[in-house]
Ligand binder design. Sequence first.
Ligand code: M6R
Length: 614
Amino acid sequence: MCGIVGYIGGGNVYDVLIKGLHRLEYRGYDSAGIALVNPSGTLNVYKAMGKVSNLENFCKDKNLDALAGIAHTRWATHGEPSDCNAHPHYSEDGNLALVHNGTIENYKLLKDALTQHGCRFHSETDTEVLVQLIEYIKVKNNCSLLDAVREALKQVVGAYAIAVVEKDHPNRIIAARKSSPLVIGIGDDEMFLASDATPFVEYTKECVYLKDEEVAIIERGEPLKLVTLENKEAKIDVTTLELSISQLEKGGYPHFMLKEIFEQTTTLKDCIRGRVVNGGKRIIISGVDDNKEKFLAAKRIVIVACGTSWHAALLGKYLIQDMCRIPVEVEYASEFRYSNPVLDDKDIVMAISQSGETADTLAAIKIAKRMGAFVYGISNVVGSSIPRETDSGTYIHVGPEIGVASTKAFTGQVMVLTMLAAAIAQLRGTMTQEQITEIGKAIQKVPSLVEKVLRLNEKIERLSLIYTYAHNFLYLGRGYSYPVALEGALKLKEISYIHAEGYPAAEMKHGPIALIDEEMPSVIIAPNDHLYEKIVNNVQQVKARSGSIIAIVTEGDTTIRNIADHVLEVPEVPEALSPIVTSIPLQLLSYYIAINKGKNVDMPRNLAKSVTVE
Ligand code: M6R
């Protein structure tokens, strides 16, 4: 949550920071702020409630002259969204300004101690405590900002990515991280820092991902320097970004979400590329062959994830159990981490996360590692924390996902899990060569079938008009379609603010069927799989109670067509791949319903793209 950006160099500091904030706005948009260190030794801090554009308006008549600066877009944790709680926060003497992403867990304790020393606080945030603590140490010890930051961070319990500027040193930014992401871009006589690389990709492709408890000294005219909290010099690993600016723009679409839905033909191609080889006979996913002994000895797989990634994880369970005959448990990372889990070195823990930064998933990984399990990560963002914390893993390669509602990452995760299950099955001999080749060939066809699914766009747009004003929705599915139902309901909830519940279709008769009437539409995912006859019964049960039905069916279906109010036909695929083709119409349906209601689909209220706090 929250986006941080910083810049030092010969460019226009304000412009670089504002542009960077726009790129990071997906991380939070409750308020935004900027601190500019002026050549004449003044430190100007400007803040505004709401989106970055409000900050831009506010800054129009202000002094924007600067040698360096830091900026922040906030997703509120401590203290409501307000000008006062917005970052950057000042130190008491106005010498320092600081931006922060993360949570300082012991902030109350620190605040009480600082209050006793005479510090006054102006906001309700944990961040202000940090800047006051740094100033207190700096004055008390008469030390440099770097030393004060290191000492302060040693006293902090929690997660942080911070950047600090100082009035008297306009050519320097001090930054540090622990459990919240921070990356430094190294340009030609200029340096950037940000929560991810998107704010500086157009200026430089060279970057350094900060590691936990590293402090960066970013100084104009000097090479980047990293030290530990103990002031030991840390190694600088420069990475070259594989990110292009066009991936960060809407490319003619009105919203990132729609662009990302339509990109799925390409993203799935990218996801499959080089992984299904020899005409489908062999499926290669990184980390499997290199860790043969782990996958051969595995007695159990536990998958941890949150939100949409958790829905993909649930599909991972069905895929791995079906193809590899290994028992799989799926846990919400936030529950797993506090559940006193029982794990040992015969367990594989898989962590799925688009951002690679979700705090609960990261915490779950750390516990699993401590308990001796082999930890395998599936992420999208290259260089993010989860791939760095895991023993091994792979990327979904779908490119940056900017829309807060996850779409292309979900289908990428499901595709990777399908290939991963097939690769493990090949290794363990739980599928015949014929079965592997069949699934391999089917995987290769998916991108072109997705193109066909996307032709439903206009039909779904028209359909959405009928259902825009429903107050509740049920999403029903069985087997592989049950996680799709959960994901469809989540998509609708998060962007249109309509209450929607995903349910296993057959469980409905144990309670939720009581909700069915003319006012409660059901979206039923009913492809032609081994449970088809069963779900036909469920469709009839809903119709018998006057429920309105939108059904996602396989092309050529006649049975459900005669019962449902509306059908959306998707191409025939093997059961294991059906979630990819059935989930896309649900993404489009939620998109259009939200648009009809006038909602901001890319930045839904109260949400942020990556949840880096508990
Ligand atoms: O980055 P992650 O995959 O770890 O994120 C997990 C969830 O926060 C995320 O999927 C969230 O549920 C999305 N808003 C869903 O669209």
